[in-house]
Write a protein that binds this ligand. Sequence first.
Ligand SMILES: [Zn+2]
Length: 216
Amino acid sequence: MTALGMPWLYRPPSAARRFFNDFIWETTDGSALLTFDDGPTPGATDAVLDELERADVKALFFVVGDAAARAPELLREVHEAGHLVGNHTRTHANMRGLSPGEQRSEIESAARVVEETIGYAPRYFRPPYGKFDASLRRVLRDLGLIGVMWTLLPYDWRSDAELSRRVVEKYFEASVVVALHDSLKSKPIARETIRVLVETARERNCRFGDPRLCLS
Ligand SMILES: [Zn+2]
């Protein structure tokens, strides 16, 4: 059995959350929020949508512009199922160290694809790999976007259902923002991980929030 050492891997330290307080780390109304990064992904997104529908949970999908351009019909499915779409850059670039112009163009280019496909430009942004710098924080402010990090990272891309279950059981709490992936790597355990999250929320009397409301 894997020991859950190094808790900062799964749960960012509260000092970081307080220091970078222009980012959202938790929901504001005590509810739990599921977020799915890196899609839309043919072969993976459908299972996520299906499991979310079964659980009657709405989520926030941080999509990559290139992926959305390759699979616009899948992005429309996400939107039409009632989920909210966020911006995760055009090419999944590590934003730390890019010039402000490059950072801006990664964000704006992804926003354009999303807007052309589903009719609105995202309000929320998540930096790939969770990496940011002072310049990115300024660019987000200039564009009127809100950065969203997370308080729980179940390492679903490792595709180890037991590891993800133990991370969820240990760190799930009120106001949690869970960072999951809509990708082929996490797909083998996607359904099970969502079920574990839904079960855990029920056991701990925590409801899932409306992604349009629970972050503001
Ligand atoms: Zn990502």
